[in-house]
Design a binder for this molecule. Structure first.
Ligand SMILES: Cc1cc2nc3c(=O)[nH]c(=O)nc-3n(C[C@H](O)[C@H](O)[C@H](O)COP(=O)(O)O)c2cc1C
Length: 208
């Protein structure tokens, strides 16, 4: 039995493709894994704040040395990290915005990538992820275009490489991507891509 952290980042509701695809995965997963629990966070409609000066001061002050004000300034981040670490698996629905991720998802990442909590600085100045590397991450994206490896368009994709880097940085290296792409590239390309994404979701439900 696993606890899955399911996060959506699109500000759109029913029109959102990333949201509908992540929902499709989660509902099928729940059908086949009824004992699993799902913790849901909707960043698209309920964004978390950007980090600010008190947050930074608190993050770089050891917990035992924090004033009550600094403890309060980092409380939401601590709660988000607790929620993140309590999950056994992760399912994220993430649109591509300007070749990367929406700022809502970036604000969330800034809240949970925390020295001493999700990564550590080693004695020789290196970094070590603190999240259990056996935990799996499924990222379902929605993109207007398409950025296949080996084509000139691949260089525009700062979404998958960034997400691989930042989650790898905190220890999560078992990432699976399903791209709902070509969504603004004409009806045929859109339908073909959505059908492929749905096939990939069915496969992920069976094998993830
Ligand atoms: C502000 C904004 C920026 C976008 N930037 C890109 C982009 O750089 N590349 C791309 O392929 N699609 C881009 N798109 C298209 C979205 O990725 C596409 O509409 C996707 O379906 C959005 O996700 P959603 O359907 O879950 O809301 C952009 C859309 C918006 C609203």
């Amino acid at each position: 039995m696993a606890n899955i952290l399911h996060i959506d980042a699109s500000p759109r509701g029913e029109r959102s493709i990333s949201r509908s695809l992540s929902y499709e995965f989660i509902t099928s997963w729940k059908d086949t894994h009824p004992g699993d629990t799902v913790t849901y966070r909707d960043l698209g409609h309920n964004p978390v704040p950007h980090v600010d000066e008190p947050w930074i001061a608190a993050a770089f002050t050891p917990p035992e040395a924090r004033t009550p004000e600094l403890t309060q300034a980092i409380k939401l981040s601590d709660d988000l990290v607790d929620e993140f670490l309590a999950a056994d698996r992760y399912v994220f629905g993430v649109p591509m915005y300007n070749f990367s991720i929406p700022s809502t998802f970036k604000a969330y990442i800034d809240q949970i990538v925390r020295g001493g909590r999700t990564f550590a600085v080693t004695e020789n100045g290196g970094f070590q992820g603190l999240v259990d590397s056996s935990k799996k991450v499924l990222i379902i994206t929605a993109r207007g275009g398409s950025f296949p490896p080996g084509t000139p368009f691949a260089a525009y994709d700062f979404q998958e490489p960034y997400l691989r880097t930042i989650f790898g940085f905190i220890g999560l290296t078992d990432l699976t991507f399903i791209h709902g792409d070509s969504l603004n590239s004409g009806k045929d390309a859109r339908q073909k891509s959505l059908a492929a994404a749905k096939d990939a979701i069915a496969q992920a439900v069976a094998t993830w």
